[in-house]
Design a protein around this ligand. Structure first.
Ligand SMILES: Nc1nc2c(ncn2[C@@H]2O[C@H](COP(=O)(O)OP(=O)(O)OP(=O)(O)O)[C@@H](O)[C@H]2O)c(=O)[nH]1
Ligand SMILES: [Mg+2]
Length: 182
């Protein structure tokens, strides 16, 4: 490997990117993080207490992924203090009409906290259940949220590549912005 490419790679790894994943309980945030980290996905629901911090190395980036527990007391406590400083925020919904409407408020709150131009992307999760129980498809979710929305089935490893490509694109923009600010 040429010395310049080694240096480039090293400096990329030094760029730590904070990715926050927020949303109400049991919408699939931790499952999404496991998918990103290529960890085994079990279907047993274990609510996240407080938050979990996981480092995911991906495409030369060093991602610090903050997985916030969705219970009200955590959202209220952590949203303001810990989401600040994020480079990228995912707001996850389980695509049920009620949860989508509630998530709209969450997005508005996150937008108010993040006064800089941190991208906020909505995840319409549990798309596998749309036909079964009338959940909204990701386009309808996007219409309600007025925020760029990606449809996902976090328990399906087949969706991983698509999600990774989207994240990579966003991260490239984030890195450029961070370097301009240095
Ligand atoms: N059918 C289906 N189930 C899913 C999907 N994603 C997650 N689940 C299930 O939903 C449940 C909750 O998932 P978690 O990832 O633990 O949810 P969470 O948002 O982290 O929940 P909190 O930590 O309480 O905020 C688990 O039983 C998952 O297996 C999906 O795309 N489809
Ligand atoms: Mg969780």
């Amino acid at each position: 490997m040429h010395i310049n490419s080694i240096m480039l790679k090293t400096s990329y790894l030094n760029d730590t990117i904070k990715v926050s994943i927020i949303g109400f309980p049991a919408v699939g945030k931790t499952t999404m993080v496991k998918m990103l980290a290529q960890k085994e996905i079990t279907k047993k629901y274990v609510p996240t207490a407080g938050f979990d911090l996981r480092t995911v190395e991906f495409g030369g980036f060093n991602l610090k992924v903050w997985d916030f527990g969705g219970q009200t007391q955590y959202i209220k406590t952590y949203l303001k203090d810990f989401v600040v400083g994020s480079d990228l925020i995912f707001v996850v919904t389980d695509s049920t009409p009620k949860n989508v409407l509630n998530s709209r408020q969450l997005i508005d709150e996150a937008k108010n906290i993040m006064i800089d131009d941190c991208p906020i992307i909505a995840i319409a999760n549990k798309q596998d259940l749309c036909k079964k129980d009338g959940r909204m498809n990701f386009k309808r979710v996007q219409d309600v949220l007025h925020t760029r929305t990606i449809g996902l089935t976090a328990i399906s490893s087949e969706d991983r590549m698509q999600l990774m490509q989207i994240i990579e694109k966003e991260l490239n923009k984030v890195i450029k912005r961070k370097r301009l600010m240095k």
